[in-house]
Design a protein around this ligand. Structure first.
Ligand code: F6P
Length: 321
């Protein structure tokens, strides 16, 4: 099927670099003589007919901005029969041949479901701070988010060392501990608590008390949000060790901000690739870097659980502490 008109959707949690990806898809798409539309507020916009035609100027001045000019949403309604049918009606009404979906695994799951139910083809561009897309090295936004978290941890280390305290820092990652593991390793943190790995608060407290006896003066424990609340962990540490403990929740700070060069470069290269794939007749793929090469993998593969080397990273963190 010849692709003449595409619509771009940003869905799920926003990630820094999504705007660079929108810019890339619009301008490269126009250069390839495609008509390009932007859908507002994710799948909700397709259901509720919130979309408009984009030209070269529609994406001016956004390359350095975090978030998404298209806005985004979580849209459970899309997973209902009625939701998908209304989205299909919009696609047909505007003569859209394919969707370019910029998002994470929830968004790709929705794109896959839409193809199965209504035959609407998609091309996925992975953008999520979680870096949890299977089969690819890195999502757009990941580099920015981990550097934001790392800057915060570096700041915390200054005060933790000066005041000889224990800090518990909560980072994002409901189902995936990759942000926590990465910033704990890069930040030289003493402990990391992630959903993929059981932990014992008693053992951690024992280690803190023994470390302090050996003259260790400060501790930073990173906890992924899916594992527990920094507040609870910090309270338990104080109860079990009598040490003064402070907690910091980085939360949505990690989602915003100016995208790094790496996030932008990835966004722009993948946006070109997404259009080239569509024009070459490839559909229902996710474009991404794999071992530093640009690849296009099936949507079904991308939405599988990503394997991460939890034990390897955890043991390295502990060995280097
Ligand atoms: O998927 C990105 C992410 O930031 C996760 O790390 C986090 O668990 C979730 O989104 C938070 O979602 P919301 O902004 O809807 O609370």
């Amino acid at each position: 099927m010849e692709i003449k008109k595409i619509a771009i959707i940003t869905a799920g949690g926003d990630a820094p670099g999504m705007n660079a990806a929108i810019r890339g898809v619009v301008r490269y798409g126009l250069a390839k003589k495609l008509e390009v539309m932007g859908v507002f507020r994710g799948w909700w916009g397709l259901i509720n007919e919130e979309l408009k035609s984009f030209d070269h100027r529609s994406v001016s001045g956004i390359i350095n901005q975090g978030g998404t000019i298209l806005k985004t949403a979580r849209c459970p309604e899309f997973f209902t029969e009625e939701g998908k049918q209304r989205a299909f009606n919009t696609v047909k009404k505007y003569g859209i041949d394919a969707l370019v979906v910029i998002g994470g695994n929830g968004s790709f799951g929705a794109a896959h479901a839409f193809y199965k139910s209504h035959g609407i083809p998609s091309m996925g561009i992975p953008a999520s701070i979680d870096n949890d897309i299977n089969g690819i090295d890195e999502t757009i936004g990941w580099d920015t988010a981990i550097n934001t978290a790392l800057n915060a941890i570096d700041n915390i280390r200054d005060t933790a060392t000066s005041m000889e305290r224990v800090f518990v820092v909560e980072v994002m990652g409901r189902d995936c501990g990759l942000i926590a593991l990465t910033v704990a390793l890069a930040g030289g943190c003493e402990e990391v608590l992630i959903p993929e790995r059981k932990f014992s608060i008693e053992n951690i407290c024992h280690e803190i008390v023994n470390g302090n006896l050996r003259g260790k003066i400060s501790w930073i424990l990173v906890v992924a949000e899916g594992t527990g609340k920094a507040e609870d962990i910090s309270r338990q540490i104080t109860e079990l060790t009598t040490l003064e403990t402070r907690q910091v929740v980085l939360g949505h700070i990690q989602r915003g901000g100016r995208p790094t060069a790496a996030s932008r470069e990835l966004a722009l290269r993948l946006s070109k690739e997404s259009i080239d794939c569509l024009l070459a007749g490839q559909i229902n793929k996710v474009v991404g870097l794999c071992c530093n090469k640009i690849v296009a993998i099936p949507l079904e593969t991308a939405i599988q659980k990503k394997e991460i080397d939890v034990e390897g990273m955890y043991h390295l963190i502990k060995t280097l502490t």
